[in-house]
Structure formats: structure tokens, C-alpha cells
Design a protein around this ligand. Structure first.
Ligand SMILES: *Cc1c(COP(=O)(O)O)cnc(C)c1O
Length: 225
């Protein structure tokens, strides 16, 4: 590992992100040594996609790391991460809400979540369709239905395309949907404030559309193998 190169990429990434926007360093597939090197440069929020990988790495790294689960989560894997994870970004079904609520309750903690919205024109991406979320929000207070969960906002992934205008439109639609849902009164509007959007390839568009959390892997750690 080239620590000087890592430090350089980290500094450039931080310089591109305004104050008030949270940088989550996406460390999927990276070794414990690479993560520790970035930790030593001051980074504390890390994002992982695979529950078992996160479960295995977490005890080997400093306890004050804030772990974000950003991938697609299967219900039977919730138990691996529910005891310690800081924020679950990719909640994409009502069933998963129930499983997270149960496991958080069993672990005696409140679990912060973001609802993932399918904004891309790609079948492979996960998430609620906007109308599915609207329907979810007509069923009464989310907090009352899933008392161990804390609803913090929305997450989305834009289409992988060179069409910057399309990416911008997708992020803007996500931002508009967050405002719309916050106004329904089914979540505490002041707490439903996060918009997790933006990765290495679409950071600028996400920031312009009002992202509050960016998930950056490649631009910090280099290309994944
Ligand atoms: C891998 C991944 C990222 C980071 O992608 P980069 O292009 O490496 O910045 C962000 N979000 C999710 C959900 C990911 O799976």
C-alpha cells in the first residue's frame, strides 16, 4: 500500500466536499490495513456493502469507527450488523424494516435507517419506487410502526451513464421526494433530513442537488480489484 498516494487522494476528495456534507469512505474489498491507514489520516465514517465482510472487519479495527451499511441487505444477514452499525443506507422493503426493527430491539438499541429509492434506469439497482414509498407513508407514523428504527432520510444511486443531465435529474428527483415525504408528518420532519447520494463518478451532480452524505470508494482508495 502506498500511504502517500492514499493521503493525496484523501486530501483531494475532502477538498471537493463542502463543510456540512458527510464523507463516508467506502471500504468494501479493502484490507484492514488500508482502512487503518485512512483512519490514521483522520477518517472515522466508513461504508461497507457485504454484511459478513463488515462483521469480520469491525472487531479488528478501532471501536470509534462509525460503520455505515450501504449495500443490499438480506433479512437473514441483519443479525451480523444490527448490534453495532451506525446507519443502514439501503433499506428497500417493508419486510426488511420489520427485520431491522426486531434485531435492533433484541440488541437493545435504536437503529438509524435511510430508505433507498430506485431512481436509476437500471433494473439491477434496488430500492422502493417513489409511489411505493408514498404508499408506505400513508399507513401512519413510521416511528410508531417500527419503534426501534429512526428514519433519517433517503438514499439513492443514479444510473451509470455519461449523460450528466440524466444523473442530475435523478438526484434532483430524490431531493424533491425527500421534501415531499418529510412534509407528510409520518416521520419527524426535522430528523428526516439526510440525502445519501453521490459516489466517485457522480459527486458533483449529487452535491449540486443537495446531498448531505457522499459515499466515496475509488477516488480515495484507488481502483478496486
Ligand atoms: C461501491 C459503492 C460506492 C462507492 O463507489 P465508488 O465508485 O468506488 O466511489 C458507493 N455506494 C454504494 C452503494 C456502493 O456499492
Amino acid at each position: 500500500m502506498d500511504k502517500a498516494a492514499l493521503a493525496g487522494r484523501y486530501e483531494r476528495t475532502k477538498a471537493a466536499i463542502p463543510a456540512g456534507v458527510k464523507l463516508i469512505a467506502v471500504s468494501k474489498t479493502r484490507t484492514v490495513e488500508e482502512i487503518k491507514a485512512l483512519y490514521d489520516l483522520g477518517q472515522r465514517a466508513f461504508g461497507e456493502n457485504y454484511p459478513q465482510e463488515l462483521r469480520d472487519k469491525q472487531p479488528l479495527l478501532p471501536a470509534d469507527i462509525e460503520w455505515h451499511f450501504i449495500g443490499h441487505l438480506q433479512g437473514n444477514k441483519v443479525k451480523y450488523i444490527a448490534p453495532f452499525v451506525h446507519l443502514v443506507h439501503g433499506v428497500d422493503s417493508e419486510k426488511l424494516l420489520g427485520q431491522l426493527n426486531t434485531r435492533a430491539g433484541a440488541a437493545g438499541r435504536e437503529l438509524a435507517v435511510l430508505l433507498q429509492v430506485h431512481i436509476a434506469r437500471e433494473e439491477t439497482k434496488h430500492g422502493f419506487l417513489p409511489d411505493e414509498l408514498r404508499a408506505l407513508f400513508t399507513g401512519g407514523s413510521l416511528q410508531a410502526r417500527w419503534p426501534s428504527l429512526r428514519f433519517r432520510g433517503l438514499m439513492g444511486m443514479a444510473t451509470l451513464t455519461d449523460d450528466r443531465e440524466q444523473v442530475r435529474r435523478e438526484f434532483e428527483a430524490l431531493a424533491a421526494l425527500k421534501h415531499e415525504l418529510a412534509a407528510t408528518g409520518m416521520v419527524p420532519a426535522d430528523a428526516f433530513s439526510e440525502l445519501s447520494m453521490g459516489m466517485s463518478g457522480d459527486l458533483d451532480e449529487a452535491l449540486k442537488a443537495g446531498s448531505t452524505m457522499v459515499r466515496i470508494g475509488t477516488a480515495i482508495f484507488g481502483e478496486r480489484k
